[in-house]
Design a protein. Structure first.
Length: 138
């Protein structure tokens, strides 16, 4: 989780750990990129509205890394307008979730088959989460 709001980043990391995931919090784009290089995460949640280097630029920089295409990038932000979703998709995000993200949506992304996480496509529309419940989240 990359978010300048330490409480938000740490809370999500703790929640994910409670459900068996390995999680790590960083509080800026550069720190998140460095952590990704060292720890090789599969999925990274990134807040879009960070100071200095925002989530859009953080995503661009991650995608430019040798391992950048193998990580799934999820925009997790209070911004929900369609132009934000399109901009997020254009810089390499696989999905966009609006804060506060419903627990079921997080579960679907992490533990269920989900098209926008399995395959990123510039021509695909905004992420639409499955409505089915994940067994891991019951």
């Amino acid at each position: 989780m990359i978010d300048d709001n330490r409480d938000a980043a740490d809370s999500l990391a703790m929640l994910l750990e409670l459900y068996g995931s390995t999680a790590h919090s960083t509080y800026s784009g550069p720190a998140g990129i460095e952590a990704l290089r060292e720890l090789k995460f599969e999925i990274v949640f990134i807040d879009l509205g960070m100071p200095i280097i925002d989530g859009f630029e953080t995503s661009r920089r991650i995608r430019a890394l040798p391992e950048g295409d193998s990580v799934k990038l999820i925009a997790l932000t209070a911004w929900s307008k369609e132009d934000v979703e399109e901009r997020a998709r254009n810089v390499g995000f696989d999905c966009h979730l609006t804060k506060p993200a419903p627990f079921e949506a997080l579960c679907n992304l992490l533990w269920c088959e989900h098209d926008c996480v399995k395959e990123r496509s510039a021509s695909s529309g905004p992420c639409r989460l499955s409505r089915r419940r994940a067994r891991s989240c019951d």
